[in-house]
Design a protein around this ligand. Structure first.
Ligand code: ZN
Length: 477
């Protein structure tokens, strides 16, 4: 996916123009001052597709699964009423996390690089969940009607800027200052930030984490960027001040008892992210090796070494690195998936299949395991079986563009042209390209003309997408 400059600049103009609010279309009932939760939900999903169309994402099932399950777990002890969440994991080493109206939760890969423990990561996510539960977006609307759409356009520009990072400083600077100015006023008022800290902290503690992780995270960020002329987007919208740190520290110290600070699972995921942003697998191998030289007991470093070796094509060394880990935890999903890639690379497809089936009997609904099974079935040429497994995955992940993309491929291999176009249509809609989506559905409908039921199903879907497209166009106007 590409970084679309013209759109970004158009957005910057949109944000810069104060007159824009008067001719913006209102969503739904113009007489109601506040966007209803249902409208917020719709708006959020449409907005997510814009984000997906403009910023490259991480498609690693293990990372996606970790973010989703960790945030769902946090949401259980949060004040969030509507827990229909949708996630996006952006491929950027810059630190950022955000929540948008309608239950959209986004994370940059960079958050894993900066948050050194799971509790630190969770403190950022709990803060974002608090923005959602307090409906800071809708409440900003009370002050000025119909401001929702420019706020979301501003957030989009900010998120793109945060993903682009310092590498594209010119554009990032324009977009982020304007987005930040906008957000400063609306979403990120100091009061909202304070409330999100306070409510997030309570949530963190209720979820069993050490609440002191929040001030620790803030302190680390402040130390790191104290002298930076151009701090990352996240800090522009979430300025960390001495008083903010002191306030969260005071509150955190009131909690009694020992909370969780970290987990091996988080550190394994962190190793995966570190590998993504390392220049070469060789550099990563060296770094994980030297960590192990210092402390051979760090399992996450050993795992990092193994996956770096796999990425570098050193399969037998990788297998050696994994042995002590598998001995300790024979049923660990990450370790076994690493073995599956080694077996697959060595064309030991039966070995990989036996391993996956054993793990799936323990964790039948695990997304990364089921995804690995699909990949293996395709490799084995078992296309029908792969499609059946993808169908099952789509029942639980119907809004996941990665799965629709693969479904289109599999249906193409099978020679199911109508199904191929339908799957492509869903994929394009999820990444905000509604023209392509509608074109694909048009192809499907024409081919299905002799099958009345199928054709009218496609027709109904077409009408839904036209409505979604309308919402998007309002947002971008
Ligand atoms: Zn915030």
């Amino acid at each position: 996916m590409t970084f679309l400059r013209p759109t970004l600049l158009a957005l910057s103009c949109l944000i810069a123009s104060p007159a824009i609010s008067s001719d913006l279309p209102s969503l739904g009932d113009a007489s109601s001052a506040i966007v209803s939760p249902q409208q917020e939900y719709q708006l959020g999903r449409a907005w997510l597709s814009l984000v997906r169309g403009q910023v490259s994402q991480l498609d690693d099932p293990q990372l996606k699964d970790f973010v989703e399950s960790s945030v769902y777990r946090l949401s259980e002890t949060s004040q969030l009423q509507d827990r229909r969440l949708e996630f996006v994991l952006l491929n950027s080493p810059q630190i950022n996390a955000f929540a948008a109206p309608g239950g959209i939760v986004g994370v940059n890969g960079g958050l894993f690089l900066y948050a050194q423990t799971e509790a630190e990561y969770a403190s950022v996510m709990a803060h974002e969940l608090a923005h959602l539960s307090q409906r800071h977006f809708a409440r900003g609307l009370e002050a000025q009607q119909r401001m929702q759409i420019p706020v979301m356009a501003g957030m989009l520009a900010g998120i793109i800027a945060a993903a682009a990072g310092a590498g594209d400083a010119g554009i990032a600077a324009i977009a982020s200052t304007q987005a930040a100015a906008m957000q400063e006023q609306r979403r990120f008022s100091r009061q909202n930030e304070q409330e999100a800290d306070r409510i997030g902290l309570v949530n963190l503690e209720k979820a069993g984490f050490d609440p002191k992780a929040m001030p620790r995270m803030f302190e680390r960020l402040m130390r790191q960027y104290r002298y930076d002329r151009m701090p990352p987007e996240f800090l522009l919208t979430h300025p960390v001040s001495e008083s903010r740190i002191a306030d969260t520290r005071n509150r955190a110290e009131q909690f009694k008892g020992e909370g969780i600070t970290d987990s091996l699972r988080y550190q394994l995921m962190r190793a995966r992210v570190q590998l993504i942003y390392e220049d070469t697998p060789g550099v990563a191998i060296k770094r994980f090796r030297s960590m192990l030289d210092e402390n051979p007991g760090i399992d996450a470093a050993r795992y990092g070494l193994a996956i770096a070796q796999i990425k570098g094509g050193q399969y037998s060394q990788a297998q050696e690195s994994l042995q002590p880990l598998l001995k300790k935890a024979p049923n660990d999903i990450s370790y076994n998936l690493a073995m599956v890639s080694i077996e697959t690379a060595g064309n030991n497809l039966n070995g990989a299949s036996t391993r996956l089936e054993r793990l799936l009997s323990l964790y039948p609904n695990n997304y990364p395991l089921n995804q690995a099974k699909v990949n293996l079935l395709i490799k084995q040429g078992r296309i029908q079986d792969a499609e059946r497994e993808l169908d099952k995955l789509l029942k639980r992940r119907s809004k996941d563009p990665d799965i629709w993309y693969q479904m289109a491929e599999v249906r193409g291999l099978k020679g199911d042209t109508i199904g191929l176009h339908q799957a492509r249509g869903e994929f394009f809609a999820l990444v905000g390209d509604y023209d392509q989506a509608l074109e694909q559905l048009g192809f499907a409908k024409r081919r299905a003309s002799s099958n009345f039921q199928l054709a009218s199903r496609i027709d109904a879907r077409e009408r839904e997408l036209i409505e979604e497209k309308r919402i998007i166009e309002q947002m971008m106007r």
